[in-house]
Design a protein around this ligand. Structure first.
Ligand code: GDP
Ligand code: IMO
Ligand code: MG
Length: 422
């Protein structure tokens, strides 16, 4: 059996949560492989809306097994808040959810360090979500981290050492060292977290595969935020690409089956960093208003622009995408002209490669214009209803990206999803 991977191809918020929920009935297991509560995955169905941060998006259909994998960073406080809200809305979470022993813990001091690091960067700040993601992964890589499995043995000693180290770093950065209240909440939340099965997720997942169970790996953030391949340094601190599913869950590369790559019919980004097709005009504002482009976690305005096929081609390449999923096409329903960036002019020369440092060069997108479809598609149920111009847009993207579009999303609700081919 193979695992399928579903991930974002742009700068996050492509609609991963919605599609994982839609695909869940086809799988036995859904597992998050990286990131943490910097993610905000929105699901809408039966008139209700949920935003998931650390918990996989496979919890609402067929009582699947859901796993928080070892590549994830987990904040007990935010986890408890999210899990308790789900439990009180009737989700039998303790029966469905398991947590990897190897997932790293976000400590109260990690959050403070995130804020202090951003302050120290001044105008060069990354615009992080402030959830302690960078400092927690830094501790992981520098071999100073604390893991969920540590909660079960001599934790107080390990915690005290980490806290002392963090406080001295915070003092050096002139950061806020008052963690008493956060710490109280944190230890209370840890007791709640321990009510969930803490597992060796790499063994469990491989055993499920041997038993013929189907596993879907859920990514967070997007390829252009990957720490190795994204628009560094304006990235997150984990591997958001398909290879991250191997390291984050303990599945071998030969076990990867389909890679679903999700993108919006246009493009957005939140936080600082390069965004070649960003629009600062009326069209950008129109995309933001129609797409309700405000962060699910921070409420920040998302920057908006036309679809960027240079960045998308790159993302398809590094992930080995086998199936594309186009989201939010309804946002373009009322545009008479749609632009797609097919190349960049970098320092006057045309290129189809994403530059090493997209902020340090003069970069101008080269656009192809396509006619819009000027049709409200939000109530459509089948691809047979699609207007010709919409089919032309999809065919154009497939040709440019070299991979078929399998699913189109025409609205935020679970039901507003149209499968073109399996
Ligand atoms: P994720 O982080 O990739 O799961 O995406 P987010 O949940 O952060 O952002 C996607 C937003 O778009 C959410 O508010 C979704 O409810 C919404 N959404 C998802 N698909 C569609 C769609 O096809 N059309 C519209 N209009 N909204 C969508
Ligand atoms: P989902 O899973 C969009 C961005 C932040 C910031 C940068 C680093 O919902 O798509 P971090 O807190 O990770 O250190 O911030 O990454 N970012 C996201 N942008 N969607 C996300 O997640 C994001 N997670 C982080 O805005 O620019
Ligand atoms: Mg999101």
């Amino acid at each position: 059996m193979k695992v399928d991977v579903l991930l974002g191809l742009q700068w996050g918020d492509e609609g991963k949560g919605k599609v994982v929920d839609v695909l869940t009935p086809r799988y036995d297991v859904v597992a998050r492989f990286q990131g943490g509560p910097n993610a905000g995955h929105t699901l809408e169905f039966e008139g209700k809306k949920y935003v998931l941060r650390s918990i996989p998006s496979g919890i609402f259909q067929n009582n699947n097994i859901n796993i928080i994998g070892g590549g994830v960073v987990l904040d007990p406080v935010l986890f408890a808040e999210e899990a308790r809200a789900l439990e009180s809305s009737g989700v039998a979470l303790k029966e469905m959810l398991r947590i990897s022993r190897k997932a790293h813990l976000i400590l109260p001091t990690h959050r403070k360090l995130d804020a202090a690091n951003e302050k120290a960067k001044g105008a060069a700040k990354i615009g992080t979500t402030g959830k302690g993601i960078g400092p927690t992964y830094t501790d992981k890589i520098s071999r100073n981290g604390l893991r969920v499995g540590d909660l079960l043995h001599n934790f107080d000693e390990k915690y005290a050492a980490a806290k002392a180290r963090h406080l001295s770093m915070l003092k050096a950065l002139d950061g806020d060292t008052d963690v008493a209240e956060l710490e109280k909440q944190w230890f209370e939340a840890v007791e709640y977290l321990k009510e969930y099965p803490i597992i060796d997720s790499e063994y469990d997942i491989n055993e499920y595969l041997c038993q013929g169970k189907k596993v879907l790996c859920e990514g967070a953030q997007g390829t252009m935020l990957d720490v190795d391949f994204g628009s560094y340094p304006f990235v997150t601190s984990s591997n958001t690409v398909s290879a991250g599913a191997c390291t984050g869950l303990g599945v071998a590369p030969s076990r990867i089956g389909d890679v679903y790559g999700i993108f919006k019919a246009y493009c957005t980004r939140v936080g600082s960093g390069p965004f070649p097709t960003e629009l600062f005009d009326e069209t950008g504002r129109k995309l933001r208003d129609l797409g309700h482009e405000y962060g699910a976690v921070t409420g920040r305005e998302r920057r908006c622009g036309w679809i960027d096929l240079v960045a998308l081609r790159y993302a398809v390449m590094v992930n080995g995408v086998t199936k594309l999923i186009m989201m939010k096409s309804d946002v373009l329903d009322g545009f008479s002209v749609i632009k797609a960036c097919t190349a960049y002019k970098v320092n006057g020369e045309e290129t189809k490669r994403f530059p090493f440092d997209a902020t340090g060069v003069e970069l101008e997108p080269v656009y192809t214009e396509l006619p819009g479809w000027n049709t409200d598609m939000t109530a459509m149920k089948s691809h047979e209803e699609f207007p010709a111009q919409f089919n032309d847009y999809v065919a154009f993207l497939e040709k440019e990206l070299g991979v078929p579009v399998c699913i189109v999303s025409v609205g935020p609700d679970r039901s507003q999803t149209i499968e073109l081919r399996k």
